[in-house]
Every structure is written in C-alpha cells, then in structure tokens.
Design a binder for this molecule. Sequence first.
Ligand code: GDP
Ligand code: MG
Length: 187
Amino acid sequence: LMFGKARTCNIVTIPEHEPAECNIVVLGATGSGKSALTVKFLTKRFISEYDPNLEDTYSSEEIVDQQPVQVRVMDTADQDGPVNCERYLAWASAFLVVYSIDNKCSFEICQQYLEMVTPYTKGLQPESPIILLGNKVDMERYRQVSQTDGETLAARFGCTFFEVSACLDFPSVQHVFHEAVREARRE
Ligand code: GDP
Ligand code: MG
C-alpha cells in the first residue's frame, strides 16, 4: 500500500511539460527608470547610469509562489512614446507601463501607452495583464503626480497600480515583476 502511494505521488510530481514562461515588456518615457528597475529586478542592484538607447531582453529563472518560471524582461527604449509596437505586442504575456512620479510628462506618456496597449489586450483570450508603475518614490519632495492620479489612471484602464523606487529596497521591485507573473498565470 505504501509503495503504491509513493508511486502515485511520483507520477503526479513529474513535470509533464517545459517550465512555465512569462514575457514582461517594460514600457514608458525615456528617463522614467525602466532600465534601472529591470537591472534591480535581475541583479538586486541600482545602476544609476544606463545607456538610454539600449533596448534588450533579459532572462531569469524565478520562483513565484513555489513554482519555477522563466521570466523574460524586454527593457524597451522608445524615444517618443509608442512606436513599432509590433515587436512586443504579440510577444508579451504582461505589460509594465512605467512613469516617474517627479515627471508629469512621463505620466502623460503612460496614458499613450495604455491607450495603445489596452485595445490590443482586450481582444486577447486570455487577456494579458497590464501594471501601471510609478517609479522614483524616493523623490517624494519633487512629486508631480499624486498617488491618486496614478490610481485613477490605472482604474480607468483596468490595470493594477504600484509605486516603487529602483534605488530603494529590492523586495518591492521584485514584488511588481512577480505580480506580473501571477496575473499572467491567472488570466
Ligand atoms: P529609462 O530611460 O526609462 O530606462 O530610465 P533609466 O533607468 O535609464 O533611468 C533614468 C535616470 O533616472 C537615471 O539617471 C537613473 O539613475 C534615474 N533613476 C532610475 N530610477 C530611479 C529611482 O527610483 N529613483 C531615482 N532617484 N532615480 C532613478
Ligand atoms: Mg533604458
């Protein structure tokens, strides 16, 4: 009986397919901190100088809720808001739309991204999640976008909202990326 039980257990736990994957595209105005956030998530470190024209995709094996997942992060570098969106729309399983809380203009550019991405994701089955992210909360003194403004914009487009800082603690940055994985799994 014991033997039978163990065998059943083994059969259940043998992975039947490749580990799960999640592709996260990071969008937003130049200077909002997309690269700093991406590097922080991948290395736990804050890199203050990063080539603003560099667009790259990184991969990291993560454990989210005890389940392994291959997370790929595309750190985009659009200069003037949404352009050539075809390169990531079909690729992405989750969208991270970033602005800087000390820059009203970067917040307005987020709105452009949401207006472009949302009609696309709404047509998907399942829908891909979108997270609106206010970065640089360490710059509170220079805040130009209130938390309420962020929440209101997120609610309008049906996305989750967070505020973080790429140069403060790692866990809250990690939480945002992991939340993107969770939401993509749920959909
Ligand atoms: P990107 O163009 O969106 O990739 O932005 P970067 O990651 O290159 O960051 C732009 C500038 O903002 C750089 O000088 C970063 O050091 C700075 N930066 C990024 N994140 C933060 C943050 O959370 N707080 C502060 N104070 N500066 C940040
Ligand atoms: Mg960058």
